[in-house]
Design a protein around this ligand. Structure first.
Ligand code: IPM
Ligand code: MG
Length: 360
């Protein structure tokens, strides 16, 4: 198969981790007879430096024309980088929000899985980590607080900021359907997370999820308040299969879920629209503190490339091969610095890429 991939390496550790994912994809190409064509696009701080904006319309059009987008990370140090002296709509993150919206990527899948080999890196108590966990955080990605009207103004001499949290029933229904569809392919359980004891948007969320659930009699579902969910994630993560939630709650809960897998460097993600198109990226940030040092963990990006093969290109066996290769290097005790522990071997970002590519 001939696959056209738009590659956005981005800022910070982005270029390093994406290069390793491309290395692994190329190994898959050789082994299974596929050709991956890459077109590099700019987004984030690197685009600001060249074009003065975090994402050009031209880059959006080229991303749309591709079959899928492979993304690294964007942004820099928010207190020291000159990018953060710009007005908010010109900053690196605005590029990411724009591409999510323009490509209609409303469904963000973030699988959090505890590898046996990484139990030691999990910060939870041994008896909790021992049980393991395997959950899919389904985060709504193009609505809610991220996209509502916002402004900061003086009201009666007092500086006042407003952010608006809006959801309509259609936005809720389409992500709920995706969530239940994914649950059908997993352990058939959905935990819908909201703050229905306070927010109207959450009360609507709950109502629509209940309607959608009627079409999936095989799926057990429950509602959980977001504060309780944050607690349950560290108390008993094994209880979760699909965690279905809105944009801001999903942002926060997915970072929490990543940390209990051992490192945010392990958490892959796929952002999907109604078609086969998707944007695939590690859930973690650009980590400017370790950028350019060949230290970053490329596994999340490599696993995101595996998600791309699975969801956009329907290449299940190729995706399985990447996932098995990742598991294999962990069994063989190779670790990047974020997950290294006694008795394991420290490797660099590019060595990790080589090791995984050699095992696909
Ligand atoms: C994420 C990131 C982004 C988000 C930032 C960089 C805008 O934290 O993908 O989780 O909040 O969505
Ligand atoms: Mg986040």
């Amino acid at each position: 198969m001939n696959c056209n991939i738009a590659v956005i390496k981005g800022d910070g550790i982005g270029p390093e981790v994406v290069s390793e994912a491309m290395k692994v994809l190329d190994a898959v190409g050789v082994k299974y007879g596929h050709t991956f064509n890459y077109e590099q696009l700019l987004m984030g701080g690197c685009s600001i430096d060249v074009h003065g904006v975090p994402l050009t319309d031209e880059a959006v059009a080229r991303a749309k024309a591709a079959d899928a987008v492979l993304l690294g990370s964007i942004g820099g140090n928010t207190s020291t980088s000159p990018w953060y002296k710009l007005p908010p709509e010109k900053r690196p993150e605005a590029g990411l929000l724009k591409i999510r919206k323009e490509l209609g990527l409303f469904a963000n899948l973030r699988p959090a899985f505890l590898y046996n080999e990484l139990k030691g890196a999990c910060p939870l108590k041994e008896e909790i980590a021992d049980k393991g966990f395997d959950m899919m955080i389904m985060r709504e990605l193009t609505g809610g607080l991220y996209f509502g009207a916002r402004e900061t103004k003086e009201l009666d001499g007092v500086l006042t900021a407003v952010d608006t949290l809006t959801y309509n029933e259609n936005e809720i229904r389409r992500i709920a359907i995706k969530g239940f569809d994914i649950a059908m392919k997993r352990r058939k359980k959905v935990t819908s997370v909201d703050k229905a004891n306070v927010l109207d948007s959450s009360r609507l969320w709950r109502k629509i999820v209940e309607e959608v659930a009627k079409d999936y009699p095989e799926v057990t579902y429950e509602h959980m308040l977001v504060d309780n969910c944050a607690m349950q994630l560290v108390k008993d993560p094994a209880q979760f299969d699909v965690v279905l939630t809105e944009n801001m709650f999903g942002d926060i809960l997915s970072d929490e879920a990543s940390m209990i897998t051992g490192s945010i460097g392990m958490l892959a993600s796929a952002s999907l629209n109604e078609t086969k198109f998707g944007m695939y990226e590690p859930s973690g940030g650009s980590a400017p503190d370790i950028a350019g040092q060949n230290k970053a963990n490329p596994i999340a990006t490599i696993l995101s490339a595996a998600m791309m093969l699975r969801y956009t290109f329907d290449m299940d066996k190729e995706a399985d091969a990447i996932e098995a290769a990742v598991q294999q290097v962990l069994v063989e005790n190779y670790r990047t610095c974020d997950i290294v522990s006694e008795g394991t071997e420290l490797v660099s970002c590019s060595q990790m890429g080589d090791l995984i590519a050699a095992r696909v």
